[in-house]
Design a protein around this ligand. Structure first.
Ligand code: URP
Ligand code: ZN
Ligand code: ZN
Ligand code: ZN
Length: 478
């Protein structure tokens, strides 16, 4: 046969177009688009269903070592299995530098964690927590040249946060070497001060997590991050934007002509601070993440930003911790004060179905915008486009065939190793019916077909959302 696989009668959706076509796949790559394609060794009739590029989840945490006894529930096996069953075919989790550790050692460690386990293609963002002269002068530039073309920096968390001077130092490296800097923007000192006050007042239930991180701490840090980036003259991407106040800062920056990109996540569309508890019940620990979910009005602000172009990327921020047991939300089995609850919620499998159901089928965003936010833009922002993030001749054969129809989110039907989903019981209007990665069916709507260890590491290129480098010498400044 001419092809390994032919998907027939697909309503192909890209970030810009929608057209009916067959898709001819050979050697894991899309070889031909058109009608009446020659036979494939395997054929799938899409029967007019929507086919989108496989999702690129550019913000997820897999197998990141935590302070004992806490441990992430998903490694590269279970995490990429859940991703594939939810329509995601590429993940970019983090290789986090521990203070005192070299960046190289961090990268080697994460490669070892993914080796032989990942079912889908993957790359790593760096997390720079210790910008020593060696890191700034040699390691980071070297790693960027090797294809680690993005890194995350934190303005909060004691073991990760950088001060403003350090942020300027790393942003300067991003500018000089063409990397995308992702920033977690929350004011650490405000959070610490509020936490001490809450604790002194005996307000330690999970719901007080949201009281310790009001929107103004995100707004202030977002503005500061924007200012630091303006000083260096470098694009940045603000991750996990939660609501109106940070959105306003980003709109302001854009109006100044600054290249400030932004990411948001499902929790800011579908959860509110009430999910952290309306009383002092510990159950709310399941939805503790940072920044915390806000309220209904802020959900609408996030929807508006998704539809009008404010947001560049829609990621899961999957940070998997079990609720029961000793390693997750209850360290050593205890109901701890909110500031000791591991931050983060699972969502790698539900990211695309939630946005497709409530965004596309709910009439809030177009199908093209859905593809742009979940696949094309993340691939562009992090140097994977056009190999990833689109349906085109020469692109990897990573595809999702969508099944429309009523379905209820049940954790029992998900494929992560977390013992709950924050979205339990939600009614959906669509779910991936087939997920194809590298030309192979990983999810057929009923069963997962493992490809353990066959997910490839992706050496990334220059982020294509960065401004073009001048090819000729710049004109002299006026
Ligand atoms: O609470 C969250 N989001 N935890 C994951 C780590 C991060 O800051 O993204
Ligand atoms: Zn056809
Ligand atoms: Zn973060
Ligand atoms: Zn995160």
């Amino acid at each position: 046969p001419a092809f390994d696989l032919v998907v027939r009668n697909a309503r192909v959706a890209t970030a810009s177009d929608s057209f009916v076509s067959d898709i001819g796949i050979r050697d894991g790559v899309i070889q031909q688009l058109g009608h009446g394609l020659a036979a494939g060794a395997r054929e799938i009739d899409a029967a007019g269903r929507v086919v989108t590029p496989g999702g690129v989840d550019a913000h997820c945490h897999l197998d990141q070592p935590m302070a004992p006894p806490v441990r992430m529930a998903d490694d590269f096996d279970s995490g990429t299995r859940a991703a594939a069953c939810g329509g995601t075919t590429t993940v970019i989790p983090f290789a986090a530098q521990v203070k005192g550790q070299s960046l190289r050692a961090a990268v080697d460690d994460y490669h070892a964690r993914a080796q032989g386990r990942a079912h889908i293609d993957h790359a790593f963002h760096l997390i720079v927590s210790d910008p020593t002269p060696e890191v700034l002068g040699r390691e980071l530039p070297e790693l960027i040249r090797e294809g680690y073309t993005s890194f995350k920096i934190y303005m909060t968390y004691d073991d990760l946060k950088l001060d403003d001077g350090q942020i300027l130092d790393v942003l300067e490296v991003a500018r000089r070497h063409d990397a995308m800097a992702m920033i977690h923007a929350e004011n650490a000192d405000c959070i610490a001060w509020l936490t001490r006050r809450l604790e002194a007042a005996g307000r330690t239930a999970p719901r007080f997590h949201a009281h310790a991180r009001p929107m103004l701490v995100e707004r202030e840090a977002t503005h500061r991050a924007i200012s630091l980036a303006e000083l260096i003259d470098v694009p940045i991407l603000i991750v996990h934007v939660s609501g109106r106040e940070a959105v306003e800062q980003i709109r302001w920056a854009r109006a100044q002509g600054l290249k400030v990109f932004a990411e948001t996540c499902p929790q800011y569309l579908f959860l509110t601070a009430e999910d952290l508890g309306i009383d002092d019940s510990y159950k709310g620990a399941r939805c503790v993440c940072s920044p915390p979910p806000r309220d209904k009005q802020n959900q609408q602000v996030i929807w508006d930003g998704l539809s009008d172009g404010l947001f560049t990327v829609f990621s899961s921020d999957h940070a998997p911790f079990r609720y029961d047991g000793t390693e997750g939300k209850k360290p050593n089995g205890e109901e701890v004060a909110f500031q000791h609850i591991p931050n983060g919620i699972p969502g790698i499998e539900t990211r695309l179905p939630l946005l497709y159901s409530e965004g596309v089928l709910g009439g809030r965003i177009t199908l093209q915008r859905f593809v742009e936010l979940t696949a094309t833009n993340p691939a562009k922002a992090y140097g994977l486009h056009p190999r990833k993030g689109t349906i085109a001749i020469g692109s990897d054969a990573d595809l999702v065939i969508w099944d429309e129809g009523e379905r209820t989110v049940r954790n029992a039907a998900l494929h992560h190793d977390v013992d709950y989903t924050p979205y339990e019981g939600m009614a959906l209007r669509a779910w991936p019916g087939v997920t194809i990665a590298g030309g192979e069916v990983l999810w057929d709507g009923q069963a997962f077909h493992p490809r353990r260890g066959q997910g490839r590491y992706l050496r990334r290129g220059r982020p294509s959302l960065l401004p073009a480098r001048p090819t000729s010498p710049r004109p002299p400044a006026a």
